[in-house]
Ligand binder design. Structure first.
Ligand SMILES: Nc1ncnc2c1ncn2[C@@H]1O[C@H](COP(=O)(O)OP(=O)(O)OP(=O)(O)O)[C@@H](O)[C@H]1O
Ligand SMILES: [Mg+2]
Length: 283
């Protein structure tokens, strides 16, 4: 299954969710690839730590190769690095993505990433692929939307963030109508949830009233997230007994159940009716 974690609003938890959900998939035995499409490269630093200084290829090299005569599909595989954790691999990014962007847009390269990911998934047998995106609807987030089966929208329980969700839904609708009829919004991931506070619950209720799909479990807010970022160790491997680590394991499990029997190379294989435990359907 190929998923993008996307919300153009900054700081809602895209990178934290991508890395920790991927770690939870990997810990559950799924061969998992994380693709960092943000020039900030926070995802790459979180997963590779100090090894970032020694890597020779990033996703920028892949995009640059699509502008030249190199065989771009194979060049993506050169950018895949194993992490320190079993089953977890990543394609890191770097800040040259910024200067490449206008050239890529001008040459209509929006489908190239999806084509190359499909080749890599087929050759290397990934079960799960997750894309981390920049806080903008730009060439890179659009490339990811063109490459995936499903979109996960992180939501930070802020009243001002509800509009951002609707903008993501509109972007997905456009891609679905024009290019990928099977693209779905798999659900909204509630991040920074504080069970004791009333406001987040009220905001979530209002999303439910709008018939938006809210995934379970909600991700609680905890300082352990920042600690795990600075340790450079994803939560399921850092403090596996912490509530937030268990939240991520539970979310991964719910998503896997949702798509039981589905792998990244064959999204339709074994697709089942949504399980009630995996999401609270709002109808
Ligand atoms: N559940 C959580 N509990 C506590 N802190 C969190 C949680 N989720 C994210 N954070 C913190 O919030 C900050 C923003 O998170 P993150 O970088 O994942 O967001 P982002 O959406 O990727 O940001 P950007 O839009 O800049 O890419 C980080 O400092 C991270 O440690
Ligand atoms: Mg980020």
């Amino acid at each position: 299954m190929k998923r993008v974690i996307f919300n153009q609003k900054g700081g809602v938890g895209k990178t934290s969710i991508t890395c920790n959900l991927a770690a939870a998939f990997a810990k559950s035995g799924k061969k998992t690839l994380v693709v960092d499409l943000d020039s900030q490269a926070n995802c790459s630093k979180y997963l590779l730590g100090d090894r970032m200084e020694t890597i020779s290829h990033t996703v920028s090299d892949f995009f640059a190769s699509t502008l030249s005569f190199r065989l771009f599909q194979d060049s993506l595989q050169e950018t895949i690095y194993p992490t320190d954790y079993d089953n977890l691999y990543t394609i890191p990014s770097d800040d040259s993505l910024k200067e490449l962007q206008p050239k890529l847009e001008g040459r209509y390269k929006i489908f190239k990433l999806g084509e190359a990911i499909d080749v890599a998934v087929e050759k290397l047998g990934f079960d799960e692929v997750l894309f981390d995106t920049p806080p903008a609807l730009n060439f890179y987030s659009m490339s990811a939307l063109m490459a995936v089966d499903a979109v996960l929208i992180p939501f930070d329980c802020d009243a001002f963030s509800a509009d951002a969700i609707l903008q993501v839904m509109e972007a997905v609708e456009e891609v679905r109508a024009d290019h990928r009829p099977n693209l779905e919004v798999e659900g909204i991931i509630i991040n920074h949830f504080q069970a004791q506070a009333k406001l987040p619950q009220q905001i979530i209720e209002s999303l439910i009233e709008q018939e938006l799909k809210i995934l379970q479990p909600y991700l609680s807010s905890s300082v352990v997230m920042r600690e795990s970022h600075s340790a450079g160790i994803p939560l399921p491997f850092y403090k596996s007994n912490h509530k937030l680590s268990k939240d991520f394991m539970g979310l991964a499990e719910a998503l896997m159940k949702n798509k039981a029997g589905t792998d990244a190379s064959n999204p339709k294989k074994g697709r089942k009716t949504r399980s009630k435990g995996a999401q609270k359907d709002m109808t």
